[in-house]
Design a protein around this ligand. Structure first.
Ligand code: FE2
Ligand code: FE2
Length: 200
């Protein structure tokens, strides 16, 4: 247990206060997987009438397809969470999911999640008067093929109501393991310092 804080401005906080905050943030960050799963459960039935599936059912199908293809656990978790921001950051949901996953996944998976909306547009941008090949601005990027493949195999096809997707609880242990610890914490950075290194 820590003493109740007496500071009311950060400029008054002592090193002991910051050590206590870091320790508590470390403990609290262990609850992130459970919070994410609770959120997914809470919106599982939400579906727009114009879509064959709601966002969570789409994500379960995307993750199930990736899992059944033998993709590794981190990839499967990326598939499960790639659209978690649809209802919260509708216009930049790739950025939202990528920011959430960044401390825990490879640079390649982070890039793939961040850019998937533009790559997914290959399949429907023509109907919106946009360039279906807009993704080709990244042709030659090391993650280009990876992101094309993700959309082709696990995203744009994952709207089939007849597909037998696995339940959220099946993926819960994977989410727990992948999001167990930010990679940089193992390098000696605490949560506050880690936030600084990930800014910008
Ligand atoms: Fe998406
Ligand atoms: Fe998607």
């Amino acid at each position: 247990m820590f003493a109740a804080p007496t500071w009311t401005k950060f400029s008054e906080a002592t090193k002991a206060d910051l050590d206590a905050i870091e320790a508590e943030e470390s403990r609290s960050s262990g609850l992130i997987p459970a919070r994410l799963l609770e959120y997914l459960h809470s919106i599982e039935g939400v579906k727009m009438d114009t879509m064959p599936l709601g966002a969570v059912d789409h994500c379960r199908q995307s993750a199930t397809r990736a899992f059944r293809d033998g993709r590794d656990e981190e990839y499967v978790v990326c598939a499960l969470l790639h659209d978690i921001g649809e209802a919260l950051a509708t216009f930049n949901h790739g950025d939202f999911a990528a920011a959430l996953l960044r401390p825990y996944v490879s640079a390649e998976n982070h890039w793939m999640v961040k850019h998937h909306p533009l790559f997914q547009g290959h399949y429907f941008f023509e109907h919106l008067g946009l360039d279906p090949d807009a993704r080709d601005r990244y042709r030659g990027h090391p993650c280009y093929r990876r992101t094309v493949e993700f959309c082709a195999l696990y995203d744009q096809v994952a709207f089939d109501p007849s597909y037998d997707s696995l339940p959220l609880d099946f993926f819960a242990p994977m989410v727990e393991r992948v999001l167990a610890r930010p990679a940089a914490v193992g390098d000696g950075l605490g949560p506050l310092a880690l936030q600084e290194t990930m800014a910008g």
